[in-house]
Design a protein. Structure first.
Lengths: 255, 261
């Protein structure tokens, strides 16, 4: 694509976002929406900047991030192990496949009350919910990536005398890496969303709790701020993982 | 003729359900705590919830909102996605906006939307609509983008107008992808519905679940989990069989939907 087309694409993409912000500003400044219900963008952004530098808000972000990463890590470890096992062993596959078929479309958030009853109202239940929601995209992408590894690669490795266990780490895992990392990217954004929702449902800290507290006291500005924060976190983490993926997969053919 | 092997592979998901309930039963018997009733006790509580007029009305109202939100989402998203897939201008117009909306927790918009629209059905339907839209747009976009140019050229050569080409060539060609998107969207609609009801705590299935939790009626909590879970699995199975019927000629890449809120 030539640079001019790229520039015109970017400009075109900015239009709806700019329109939306203009509409938002106009609605408030011409008095169609009271500022108590729809605070002007300027006020929201000032408040966001102010909050990002306040210690208490940073602690809320830290609580959210802790749950997010713990749950996500559990999902990555479990998902990759089970996915690889299902792809390489027919026996595991016959057990895992129907289980996944049933559990994947199940709304995990409905399990949240059970998690709370079983492991408590603190970090654990939220981490468990994040792990449950993030698990399946990683598991499925690992499975599909690992089962599409070219058989010839495995045969040549075997012919060269590689022991079976090393074939898994030297051939199957690297060949499935692009697919696994794509699954991780989907799951990371899911984790961001789920941890926020779990904190909104019941919590005493975290970004989701900030939103709920603001909603109870009708502080519209403070409702927008955590929502924007978690969305920004999602965008940033997604971008970072994309960068990591590009770095890890340098030299791989484009997928 | 259905062989024994076919029968086994067909009933495998059913066996998986039974297996999960069995594990639950054993775990409950081993733990012996109030917070985990046995699977049998929970299953037994299901008919009493569905038999109770008020809960049944609540659950049906939830499902009605979900159906409206899903229907509206599909009706808006499919044409938008298809147009984006066929026109680079439209795609670059909407893509950055959609990229920004993608990581926003849709159900979390509930309190804000309720502030504007009140606690009525409109707010709940709007949130479900937002939750459904993105995956349907994305998959329709991918489906329309992958349509072979040659088919469109032949269509144009035979005198089809742009709109006719869209309906008669792009739509059918993208149908398998659209169905994949709708399937994810359907699971998402259910998740968004339950989550937003849990957050707003006004009415509906999510509210029954949390009221029972607050009142310590653990049988009801677990029975509701079974009901919501069964809805998810049931809707998915029903949609999958519909898809098989309509687009028999294509096999999906992923045969399991990936859902998120």
């Amino acid at each position: 694509m030539n640079p001019r087309a790229v520039i015109s694409d970017v400009l075109l993409g900015i239009v709806p976002i700019a329109l939306l912000i203009t509409l938002w500003t106009a609605l408030v400044s011409f008095g169609y929406a009271p500022a108590a219900l729809l605070p002007p963008p300027r006020v929201v952004l000032t408040r966001l900047a102010q909050q990002l530098f306040s210690l208490s808000y940073q602690q809320e972000i830290a609580a959210t991030l802790f749950r997010l990463f713990t749950g996500f890590s559990i999902a990555v470890i479990l998902g990759v192990i089970v996915g690889l096992a299902a792809a390489t062993s027919p026996a595991v596959n016959t057990v895992v496949r129907p289980l996944v078929r049933v559990l994947a479309p199940l709304p995990k958030v409905a399990l949240y009350p059970a998690f709370m009853l079983l492991v408590g109202f603190g970090h654990e239940s939220k981490i468990l919910l994040v792990a449950a929601d993030a698990l399946f995209p990683i598991l499925l992408s690992t499975y599909s990536g690992a089962s599409m590894v070219e058989q010839k690669l495995i045969w040549s490795a075997m012919a060269a005398g590689t022991p079976p266990r090393q074939i898994l780490f030297k051939i199957v895992l690297p060949a499935a890496a692009p697919s696994i990392l794509t699954g991780c990217r989907i799951s990371l954004v899911i984790s961001c969303i789920v941890v926020f929702l779990a904190e909104m449902i019941t919590s005493t800290d975290g970004l989701g709790h900030v939103l709920v507290t603001a909603a109870r006291t009708f502080h519209a500005v403070d409702m927008f701020v955590p929502l924007i924060t978690i969305s920004l976190l999602g965008l940033i983490l997604n971008g970072l993982l994309e960068g990591l993926r590009a770095y890890l997969l340098r030299g791989f053919p484009e997928i | 003729m259905m062989t024994a092997r076919d029968a086994l592979s067909r009933s495998a998901p059913f066996l998986a359900c039974l297996g999960l309930l069995g594990i639950w039963q054993l775990a409950a018997l081993a733990l012996k705590t109030d917070s985990l009733p046995t699977a049998w006790e929970a299953v037994r509580a299901v008919p009493s919830i569905l038999g109770d007029k008020e809960s049944l009305v609540n659950i049906l109202a939830s499902l009605r909102r979900m159906a409206i939100g899903f229907g509206a989402g599909v009706m808006v998203s499919v044409p938008l996605g298809l147009t984006m897939g066929r026109s680079r201008g439209v795609a670059s117009f909407f893509n950055p906006l959609l990229m920004i909306i993608y990581p926003v927790p849709k159900a979390a918009l509930m309190p804000i939307i309720m502030l504007w629209l009140g606690i009525g059905d409109v707010a709940k339907i709007l949130v479900i609509f937002l939750g459904v839209s993105l995956p349907v747009i994305y998959h329709s976009f991918q489906g329309a983008k992958a349509v072979e140019e040659k088919m469109l050229w032949s269509g144009a050569a035979m005198g089809l107008s742009a709109a006719q080409r869209m309906v008669r060539i792009v739509l059918p060609a993208a149908l398998p992808e659209i169905f994949t998107g709708c399937r994810t969207g359907l699971v998402l609609a259910l998740i968004t519905m339950v989550t937003s009801e849990m957050i707003a705590r006004q009415s509906g299935a999510g509210n029954i679940l949390f009221n029972a939790l607050d009142m310590g009626q653990y049988d009801t909590v677990y029975a509701m989990i079974i009901i919501v879970g069964a809805m998810g699995i049931g809707l998915d199975v029903a949609f999958e069989s519909l898809r098989r019927r309509l687009v028999r000629w294509s096999e999906p890449g992923f045969d399991i939907p990936i859902g998120f809120a």
